[in-house]
Design a protein around this ligand. Structure first.
Ligand code: HEC
Length: 426
C-alpha cells in the first residue's frame, strides 16, 4: 500500500488500523488530497499522513519554522492523543530531524520597561482550536472550540481553573463568543449560518438561523449599548444586527465586492468599525441606519483582520499583508503607518486597545510575538507568547480586555487560553 493510499483510508479504517489511540471526532476527510511530497521518506511519513490531515493541511509543519524533538512532542500531544505511544517517539524524532528549529521566522523582540506576565490554561478537548476568550460579567472566561474536533463553547473559572465544555449543534463550527449583560453567552455559527444563545444556568441553547442563506458565515460579534448584537458575515460580505428581544435579524451587504467583513468595534458615538479581510478598506457602519461608508487604505495590496479604537476615536488596524500598523483618522481620512518591529512578514493579527495602548501580535513569526505600541511616544515593546506546555507556537487571532485591564488571548496550536496580566507595574 502506498503512503498516499494510507492517507485516504476512511477514518474508521484508520482507527482500526491505528487502534493504539482513540481519535477525536473529526471532520469528514478533506475534498482534495493534501500534498505531502515535502515530507522526506521515513517510517513516520505514513503516520503523519494518517494523523495530520484530518484537521489542517500538513504543510503547517513547514510553516511552523521547526521545533526541537521535545517541542514537537509538546505540540503533537496538544492536538492528537499520542501521549505515551511509541508513534509519538517515531513522529517527533522524524520531525525534529527533518524540521529542526530554524531562525527564519524569529521575531525581532523589542525590550522595554513594561512588565507583564502570562497565565496559560490548556483546554480539555484536543485539537479543538480554542479561540476568542472573553470575560463574562460574573468573571468567568468563555471560549469557543472552532474546529470539528471541538464544535463547542467552554467556560473557564479563572480562580479555580475548573472548565466545562458545552457541545454545540452539529456543524456550528463557532468563530466567536460574546456574553450579553444578562449573562447569556452568544456564539457565531460560522459553519452553519446561525447564531446560538446559551443560557449557562439552564444550559438551554436557542438557535437563530440567518434569514438569508447568503449570510452563511457569521463571524465576529459585539453588543451595542442597547443590547443589539452586531456581527460580521465574512464570505457572505454582510453586516448584521440581531435584536435579542424579538429575534429579528437585519442584514446589509457591504459596498465593496468580496471585501470579507471581519472584526468590528464601536466608536464613542456608537457607530461600528469593521475590517475588510480581503480588500484595502475599513468600513464605518452608521448605528441608526446601517449605512456603510468605506475608507480606502493607502496601498492596493493592503488588508487587515482586526482593529481597535483609542479614546480619541482613532481607528487602529494591523496591515497583515504589509507588516504595518496603521491609524485612521475618521474625521480627515488621513492614515499614518508604522512598520511592525519584525518587518514585512510579521503579519499583525489581533488588535486591542487597553488604557489607550495598542496591543497586537505578529502571527507570521515563531514565537508569535505580543506587541505593545504606545501611541503617545510611538514606541514598541514585544514578548514571545508562551504556551503552558513549553513550546512557542501560534496563533493568537483575537484579543479582548478584561474588566480589570488585562488581555485575553489564545493559541490554537497549544490548545491554550492565555490571560496577559498587564498591570504588573502597578
Ligand atoms: C484534531 C485536530 C488536529 C490534528 C489531527 C492535528 N492538528 Fe496540528 N493543529 C491543530 C490546531 C487547532 C492548530 C492551530 C491552528 C491555528 O492556530 O491556525 C494546529 C497547528 C499545527 C501546527 C502549527 C504550529 C505553530 O507553529 O503554530 C503544526 C506544525 C501542526 N499543527 C502539526 C500537526 C501534525 C504534525 C499533526 C499530526 C501528528 C497534526 N498537526 C494534527 C489541530 C490539529
Amino acid at each position: 500500500m502506498s503512503n498516499r493510499n494510507i492517507a485516504w483510508l476512511p477514518l474508521t479504517s484508520l482507527v482500526a488500523a491505528l487502534s493504539f489511540v482513540a481519535l477525536p471526532a473529526l471532520a469528514a476527510a478533506p475534498p482534495a488530497a493534501p500534498d505531502t511530497s515535502f515530507l522526506p521518506e521515513g517510517e513516520a511519513k505514513p503516520l503523519i499522513e494518517a494523523f495530520c490531515i484530518a484537521c489542517h493541511n500538513p504543510n503547517y509543519i513547514v510553516q511552523s519554522g521547526g521545533y526541537t524533538k521535545e517541542h514537537w512532542q509538546q505540540l503533537l500531544t496538544s492536538m492528537v492523543p499520542l501521549e505515551g505511544t511509541p508513534q509519538l517517539e517515531t513522529i517527533s524524532e522524524y520531525l525534529a530531524t527533518n524540521f529542526p528549529p530554524t531562525t527564519d521566522k524569529n521575531p525581532t523582540l523589542i525590550s522595554g520597561d513594561v512588565q507583564i506576565s502570562f497565565e496559560n490554561w490548556q483546554m480539555p478537548t484536543l485539537g479543538q482550536m480554542p479561540r476568542d476568550p472573553v470575560e463574562a460579567p460574573d468573571g468567568m472566561i468563555w471560549w469557543v472550540g472552532q474546529w470539528a474536533a471541538g464544535n463547542l463553547v467552554g467556560r473557564l473559572n479563572p480562580e479555580t481553573g475548573e472548565m466545562k465544555e458545552f457541545p454545540l449543534p452539529a456543524r456550528t463550527l463557532p468563530h466567536s463568543v460574546t456574553p450579553d449583560s444578562h449573562g447569556n453567552i452568544w456564539v457565531s455559527g460560522n459553519g452553519n449560518g446561525t447564531i446560538v444563545k446559551l443560557d449557562p444556568v439552564t444550559e438551554e441553547m436557542t438557535v437563530y438561523p440567518m434569514p438569508d442563506p447568503a449570510a452563511r458565515d457569521p463571524h465576529t460579534m459585539v453588543f451595542d449599548s442597547e443590547g443589539i448584537l452586531w456581527f460580521s458575515v465574512q464570505f457572505g460580505n454582510m453586516i448584521g444586527a440581531l435584536d435579542p428581544a424579538t429575534g429579528d435579524i437585519k442584514l446589509v451587504t457591504a459596498p465593496v465586492e468580496n471585501s470579507r467583513p471581519y472584526a468590528m468595534k464601536f466608536d464613542s458615538k456608537g457607530d461600528v468599525w469593521v475590517n475588510c479581510r480581503n480588500t484595502p478598506c475599513i468600513y464605518r457602519v452608521d448605528h441608526d441606519t446601517m449605512e456603510i461608508t468605506a475608507f480606502t487604505l493607502p496601498h492596493a495590496d493592503s488588508w487587515s483582520r482586526r482593529l481597535a479604537l483609542t479614546s480619541d476615536d482613532m481607528v487602529w488596524y494591523g496591515d497583515t499583508e504589509r507588516g504595518l500598523i496603521g491609524r485612521l483618522n475618521p474625521e480627515t481620512g488621513e492614515i499614518t503607518e508604522w512598520p511592525s518591529p519584525s518587518g514585512p512578514n510579521s503579519e499583525p493579527y489581533f488588535m486591542e486597545v487597553i488604557d489607550d495602548i495598542v496591543w497586537y501580535n505578529e502571527s507570521g513569526k515563531r514565537p508569535d510575538a505580543l506587541v505593545r505600541f504606545d501611541p503617545a511616544t510611538e514606541t514598541f515593546q514585544s514578548w514571545a507568547i508562551p504556551s503552558a506546555q513549553g513550546f512557542f507556537g501560534g496563533i493568537a487571532r483575537h484579543g479582548r480586555a478584561t474588566s480589570d485591564g488585562d488581555l485575553l488571548i489564545h493559541q490554537g496550536s497549544s490548545n491554550n487560553i492565555i490571560r496577559v496580566h498587564l498591570n504588573d507595574n502597578d
